[in-house]
Ligand binder design. Structure first.
Ligand SMILES: [Zn+2]
Length: 276
C-alpha cells in the first residue's frame, strides 16, 4: 500500500489554475487528511509506504514523525512535485538529495524509496534510476506500465526489476483480454464500482511476480477541500469524482487484503543490512 503525501493544490491537474508560487497562500489540509489515513490504517492494522513531498515535510514535521511512529515507511516524492522529465539530470539530483535530507531529518529514519511526481520517469529520463542509486535510494516505484494520456509505457515490465543500480517496483497492473489495465488506484479506483476494483486487484495479485502496489492521495478522502474554479472539464471530473465515497471504499480495500510497506515487500532493508 502506498500514499502520495501532497496537498490538493499541488496536483498537476490543478496547475493551470494554482501556480507553484501561490502554494503558500493556501491553508494546509494534507496534515489533517493524512492523519485520517493513519487512523484508517490503524483500524485495519495495515502498514504502508508514504511517498512524501519535501515541501510538505518542511511545513508539517510533526506529521512526518507520526507516520514513522505508527510503523509506516517514510519515502520520497521529490521536493515540490516537479515532473522528472521537466528537470535536467543536475536539477533532479539536487531535488532528490535535498528531499531525502529533509525527510530523514524530520523522521529520524533512513529513506530508501522514491516515487516520481505523476510517474514521470520514462524514456526521456534514462539517467534517473542511476542518480537515485547514487544518492542512496534503494528502490523506485515510479513506473505505471499502461497506456495513459499523461504517463506510462505499456511495454515496460509489470513486476519489480533491476534498473540503473536499484529496484524499480511498478504500481499494479493486470491483463484483461490481452489489454493491460491499471489495478493501482488513482481516479480509476474512485470511478469504478468497488466490486470491480477488488476483482482487478485480486487478479493483479495472482499474476504479478512481486507485490501488488496500490496508491492514493490524502486529498482523495478530503471531500470538503475548497473547489478550484476555472479547471478544464476533464480535470475537474477526474479530480472531484466520488471524493465523498473514497474513505468507505478504502476501508473495504484495507479489510479485504493484507497491506504492508513496500520496503518490506521488496526486502530492501535486508539489502541495506548486507551492504552496511
Ligand atoms: Zn504526486
Amino acid at each position: 500500500m502506498s500514499v502520495d503525501v501532497e496537498d490538493y493544490f499541488q496536483v498537476w491537474a490543478l496547475s493551470p489554475v494554482i501556480r507553484r508560487d501561490d502554494w503558500d497562500d493556501h491553508a494546509l489540509r494534507v496534515d489533517a487528511s493524512t492523519r485520517r489515513v493513519l487512523d484508517l490504517f490503524d483500524q485495519r492494522q495495515a502498514k504502508a509506504t508514504f511517498f512524501t513531498l519535501g515541501w510538505v515535510a518542511e511545513r508539517a514535521p510533526n506529521l512526518i514523525r507520526e507516520i514513522v511512529a505508527r510503523g509506516h515507511e517514510l519515502a520520497s516524492h521529490g521536493y515540490d512535485h516537479v515532473k522528472v522529465f521537466d528537470q535536467t539530470p543536475d536539477e533532479f539530483r539536487a531535488d532528490v538529495e535535498k528531499t531525502k535530507r529533509i525527510l530523514e531529518d524530520a523522521g529520524g529514519v533512513a529513506v530508501a524509496g522514491f516515487r516520481a511526481a505523476g510517474f514521470s520517469i520514462d524514456q526521456r529520463t534514462p539517467w534517473a534510476h542511476e542518480i537515485l542509486a547514487e544518492t542512496g535510494h534503494l528502490y523506485s516505484s515510479s513506473s505505471h506500465p499502461i497506456r495513459h494520456d499523461h504517463y506510462g509505457d505499456p511495454n515496460a515490465p509489470r513486476a519489480p526489476h533491476r534498473l540503473g543500480g536499484l529496484i524499480e517496483a511498478p504500481v499494479a497492473t493486470t491483463e484483461v483480454f490481452g489489454r493491460r489495465i491499471s489495478s493501482a488506484g488513482g481516479g480509476w479506483f474512485r470511478a469504478a464500482p468497488y466490486a470491480l476494483s477488488r476483482r482487478l486487484i485480486a487478479r493483479a495479485a495472482d499474476s504479478l511476480d512481486g507485490p501488488t502496489i496500490f496508491y492514493f492521495h490524502p486529498w482523495e478522502i478530503d471531500a470538503e477541500q475548497p473547489r478550484v474554479d476555472g479547471l478544464p472539464v476533464k480535470s475537474r471530473l477526474r479530480h472531484y469524482l466520488n471524493l465523498d465515497r473514497m474513505e468507505a471504499k478504502l476501508d473495504r480495500l484495507l479489510s479485504d487484503f493484507d497491506w504492508g510497506r513496500i520496503d518490506d515487500a521488496l526486502g530492501v532493508n535486508r539489502l541495506r543490512g548486507a551492504t552496511a
